[in-house]
Design a protein around this ligand. Structure first.
Ligand SMILES: Nc1ncnc2c1ncn2[C@@H]1O[C@H](COP(=O)(O)OP(=O)(O)OP(=O)(O)O)[C@@H](O)[C@H]1O
Length: 513
């Protein structure tokens, strides 16, 4: 039977009254009731649940086939390399239709950098596998956590990687290694270096900022032989991955820089970092509160980095929260206890010596990661534990000392653009043989005027004044490093005990550089 438009219109208009709607609803409800009763009676409950679960899995809960990998920033308190790999890798996958992004630029970059700001999803396709990354940012530590120094690192920021379950094996065996290797490539080509410092009021974990120190070996005033020895050592280190593996040694190197204040120890560290393109981790021993704190700090440094511990002779007082203290009434008490309490001798603190601490750091550091440097600096090498100085501990001892002829001329050419001769040179150099002056002081004097004649005359007058007054500039007799005999004759920068243990043959072995 055909339905004419007139017939449809008349049927529709007959439905428009309220009673018609009610009749329709009543008929539908009755039908549904009958249907439900019939299903309940005819189909067993197990079959019904099976059908419902299939229906749900197919239409409603499609994510039940998905696997989610949680990649936390820390793994058992250690820095999780995969997290940092994802952090560098994902910005390369950010596309233009993202609605929220972080954007910024560091001075040394010539382009704007973008990064995820939490919550966004980044899609990636790897050999036809569709993957989704989500970044979850943790909330900053609460004041009480900070006070107790009890931030749980494993609960920090994380990436969640989601993909179909059937690709689990391929993701684990091929995709994650692909992310890691992309990270290594990005990292080795990056231009912006970081300096990491620890702040007790920010959870006492490493905080990174851009390393802006412009020092390079080209700007460093240093005896050419020493400069060459250091650069050669750095180059040799970089190209010897296979060699270290062959001899069963960790691919690491340790330097001890020593010399009076202002002789360029920090400047040399910056020059080394800029040369190697390694990040710096600046460990201030006074910010270390316990052994676990120290262990966490050292273990959370990355590969291709320099761990710097400056002024090791100055850090005699290292905070130890478990330390038993003596109050005014000479009773022993534990800081965690409100009242003085009697303590068993076993509970007394073990003596926390600086040399023990440094040995501990050194031991800890040598067991984690590779392609790393550790640099200790001191103004007083004579105060260091000989165990720390023994060969094999610090591979190279570099003595930085006062400014003499060559270093002075280098600074004059760098600061005043005097590349040839100047009438005041001889007089200044001869004064420098009698007066000990640091490169820092010379550099400061040379910056006082843009006019080379005025600046050099200023330096000459300063040296003459000091000669008349007697005594060294800024350095007291007892503060001189041992071997200062040498430093009087030249701007030493000599190398003591360099372990030039590698022969030419070994050099040839390392072909990977
Ligand atoms: N060898 C050098 N070449 C060029 N500049 C230098 C050199 N030594 C020192 N300077 C200048 O002096 C300043 C201070 O030097 P630096 O901080 O590196 O000395 P330091 O030995 O680390 O001192 P401290 O022991 O007090 O930390 C530097 O910023 C740099 O301008």
């Amino acid at each position: 039977m055909r339905t004419s438009p007139q017939h449809f219109n008349s049927s529709f208009s007959s439905f428009r009254s309220a009673s018609s709607w009610f009749e329709l609803y009543a008929a539908f409800s009755t039908f549904m009731m009958l249907l439900r009763t019939a299903i309940n009676e005819l189909i067993p409950i197990q079959v019904r649940s099976f059908i419902i679960s299939k229906f749900r899995a197919h239409f409603l809960d499609r994510s039940s086939n998905k696997v989610s990998l949680h990649i936390n920033e820390y793994w058992d308190m250690d820095r999780n390399e995969l997290y940092y790999a994802a952090k560098e890798y994902l910005p390369t996958k950010i596309i233009h239709d993202f609605k929220v992004l972080k954007v910024g630029k560091l001075e040394k970059q010539n382009h704007f950098a973008t990064a995820l700001d939490g919550g966004q999803k980044v899609k990636d396709i790897f050999e036809d596998i569709k993957l989704t990354w989500t970044y979850r940012k943790s909330s900053p530590p609460s004041a009480s956590q900070q006070q107790k120094n009890s931030v749980n690192l494993d609960e920090k920021n994380m990436f969640v990687l989601t993909f179909d379950e059937k690709h689990r094996e391929k993701v684990m065996e091929s995709y994650l290694p692909h992310v890691l290797s992309a990270y290594k490539t990005i990292k080795s080509g990056k231009k912006v270096l970081k300096i990491h410092t620890k702040w007790p009021d920010r959870g006492n974990i490493w905080q990174a900022s851009e390393l802006k120190h412009p020092a390079t070996f080209e700007t460093l005033a240093m005896e050419p032989e020493l400069k060459k020895a250091i650069i050669d050592d750095l180059d040799r280190f970089l190209r010897r991955k296979e060699f270290y593996k062959k001899v069963g040694k960790a691919w690491k190197r340790g330097y001890l820089l020593y010399g009076p204040p202002g002789t360029g120890k920090s400047t040399l560290i910056a020059a080394i970092a800029n040369y190697l393109k390694f990040d710096i981790y600046d460990l201030e021993l006074s910010s270390v509160y316990s052994n676990s704190d120290l262990m966490r700090a050292v273990r959370n440094t990355s590969n291709r980095s320099i761990l710097v511990i400056e002024d090791i002779d100055c850090n005699k007082e290292v905070h130890d929260r478990s330390k038993v203290e003596l109050d005014d009434s000479k009773k022993l008490y534990h800081p965690a206890m409100p009242m003085p309490v009697p303590m068993h001798p076993d509970q007394f603190p073990k003596k926390f010596t600086l040399s023990g601490l440094l040995n501990y750091i050194d031991g800890l550091w040598s067991t984690c990661g590779e392609e790393r440097f550790i640099i200790f600096t001191t103004n007083h090498i004579d105060r260091l534990d000989p165990a720390l100085l023994r060969p094999g501990r610090m591979d190279m001892h570099i003595h930085l000392s006062f400014c003499k002829g060559h270093a002075f001329r280098f600074l004059a050419s760098n600061y005043l653009d005097i590349h040839g001769h100047h009438p005041l040179f001889e007089e200044i150099e001869s004064l420098m043989e009698e007066i000990e002056v640091t490169p820092a002081t010379v550099a400061e004097e040379l910056m006082r005027s843009e006019d080379p004649d005025v600046a050099l005359q200023g330096l000459c007058n300063l040296l003459k004044r000091k000669k008349i007054e007697g005594g060294d500039i800024y350095i007291k007799e007892e503060e001189k490093a041992p071997g200062s005999q040498d430093t009087i004759n030249n701007f030493t920068p000599h190398v003591q005990g360099i372990q030039q243990s590698f022969t030419q043959e070994e050099d040839d072995f390392s072909s990977d550089g």
